[in-house]
Design a binder for this molecule. Sequence first.
Ligand SMILES: [Zn+2]
Length: 126
Amino acid sequence: MGDTKEVRKDLLKLQEELRREKSRLEMLRSTPLCKDDLAQDACTQNVAVQAVKNKTEMLQKIAATIGRIDNGTFGICTRCHEDIAPRRLEFVPYEAFCFSCQQRQESKGRDSAQSIPAGLTQPAFW
Ligand SMILES: [Zn+2]
């Protein structure tokens, strides 16, 4: 894993941008811009609330990723511990799951009892 320093730098930059963006949105959120137009439910305020939530989630992901860079586990799926495809990391460096775990994550909802489906865990290590 050669370029983690670069990735880390990019993440820190992104983190800073997101923080700035977030505080701007938070200001927007606390300003009741659509008081006089109650029919308009997609008003700026609601959009800002959602956006703040998104930024917060992204910031958490980024912080976790920087932590993984620091302890040397960057690029490894946090769920199945397989390598995450480099192209995927290039695209979203703060991704914590490999492609198949991501898909599983997105389609989950009924498999809560058993968080890691059979067939996914065994190979490589044993
Ligand atoms: Zn995985």
